[in-house]
Design a protein around this ligand. Structure first.
Ligand code: GLU
Length: 445
């Protein structure tokens, strides 16, 4: 075997050309706008840093994708069938890792794009893990607890051979939570005949979950906002924040940012948004949402649409809902100084193009860094579980802020070295780490 760089060409035959990649792309089973945008971003970024084309080619498709059909007996006695997925993108740096999403728009294209983002997210924060994602195309809100449990157990059975504590470790995502993870852990353990808490993360704390995991993604958003503020010499105290999406990520980001002295002036959920230029009392708002299940009609606030919230005149904007909400038009109208992407893929490729031109006005902390707090504490949970030794919440939060702060600095050094925008620089850091692992391991067989 030849030495060093030459091994790169062992990954796939030399014949890979742009032309063959184009043909390859148009026949992708996982085709979707989100996937196309994500793959194009990865390809452009890898080319900019001159990654071996053979490595890039491999990174543009998942390593494995499974589609399953899930029959579920409903409470009224009928049987309904749902479609589910588990996609494993890359495990060069360690076991696959990524959430499971229950949402009516889940598709193979979406799950594959999210799995790809997980690979780079784990690498950006330096975790020894790869990237995966799963999901079921279903709106879980009308399901009874019993129906949801049957759905989760059957889905787990269908993907059973793909997951495991050293193989692929699921976690919560949109529409799933600690209870979902408990059912997956139980189903896996029963089928394997041994208790395996480390097959999932995001479990309830009394079942081996980690302190701080529920809050982790939101706290991670706050950690990167703090790092960005310091970098820009921008005092955060008293500054205004708008948050789109008031679920797990949005609520915990709001609490943490408020504790840092910021004013949360607008939040929204699927029912629409609320705005108060004086700032909300987040604790009071959370109580209201707990009872009403929505921010709608919150007193002492004016209603605002989800779309208008994005273009409000605020200092920090946190899109913490679904993908694709910031297109070219919205990107052109953003007025925030810092955009911290709590959601995965909130900016479309066209929106990104506009933001690259506006990089001196809007400082972007991209999803693979801004929402990496969740998987970082998932990693802490996995490590604690394997050692059966648990940390307190202060330990977890301090380590989380340190890891995200360091990753932010490392992304910045790529930004300076390649004189590029923050999204490109952050992805460069991730791609660099994944590609060096792939090259060092070489091609099997
Ligand atoms: N679903 C979360 C994400 O998109 C967390 C994944 C994990 O903890 O494995 O990052």
């Amino acid at each position: 075997m030849s030495e060093g760089k030459k091994e790169a060409s062992d990954v796939v035959p030399e014949a890979t050309t742009t032309e063959s990649l184009d043909r390859y792309r148009s026949s992708m089973e996982w085709e979707s706008k989100f996937y196309r945008d994500t793959a194009a971003l990865v390809e452009r970024t890898a080319d900019l840093q001159k990654v071996d084309r053979n490595v890039t080619h491999r990174l543009l498709t998942p390593q494995r994708a499974l589609i399953v059909s899930i029959p579920v007996r409903m409470d009224d006695g009928s049987v309904k069938n749902f479609v589910g997925y588990r996609v494993q993108h890359n495990n060069a740096r360690g076991p696959f890792k990524g959430g499971i999403r229950y949402h009516e728009e889940v598709s193979l294209g979406e799950v594959s794009a999210l799995a790809m983002l997980m690979t780079f997210k784990c690498a950006v924060v330096g975790l020894p893990l790869g990237g995966a994602k799963g999901g079921i195309r279903i709106d879980p809100t009308p399901l009874s607890r019993a129906e949801n449990q049957r759905l989760t157990r059957r889905y787990t059975t269908e993907i059973l051979e793909m997951i495991g504590p050293e193989l692929d470790i699921p976690a919560p995502d949109v529409g799933t939570n600690a209870q979902t993870m408990a059912w997956i852990m139980d189903t896996y353990s029963e089928m394997k005949g041994r208790v395996s808490p480390s097959v999932v993360t995001g479990k309830p704390i009394f079942l081996g979950g980690s302190q701080g995991r529920v809050e982790a993604t939101g706290h991670g958003v706050a950690a990167v906002v703090r790092a960005a503020g310091e970098h820009l010499g921008f005092e955060l105290f008293g500054k205004r924040v708008a948050i789109q999406g008031f679920g797990n990520v949005g609520t915990h980001a709001a609490s943490k940012l408020e504790s840092m002295g910021m004013k949360i002036v607008a939040v929204s959920d699927v029912s629409g948004g609320i705005y108060n230029p004086e700032g909300f009392d987040v604790k009071h708002l959370l109580k209201y949402v707990e009872i009403r299940k929505s921010v709608k009609d919150y007193p002492r606030a004016q209603p605002i649409s989800n779309r208008d919230l994005l273009t409000l005149n605020v200092d920090v904007l946190v899109p913490a809902a679904l993908s694709g909400v910031i297109d070219a038009e919205v990107a052109g109208q953003l007025k925030c100084r810092i955009l911290a992407e709590g959601a995965n893929g909130p900016v479309t490729a066209e929106g990104d193009e506009v933001l690259r031109q506006r990089q001196h006005e809007v400082f972007v902390v991209p999803d693979v860094l801004a929402n990496a707090g969740g998987v970082t504490v998932s990693y802490f949970e996995w490590v604690q579980g394997l050692q059966s030794f648990f940390w307190d919440s202060k330990d977890v939060d301090e380590r989380l802020f340190r890891i995200l702060g360091n990753a932010f600095q490392e992304a910045l050094s790529f930004k300076e070295k390649f004189q590029t925008d923050m999204r490109t620089a952050t992805l460069m850091l991730g791609i660099h780490r994944v590609s060096e692992a792939m090259l060092a391991r070489g091609l099997f067989p």
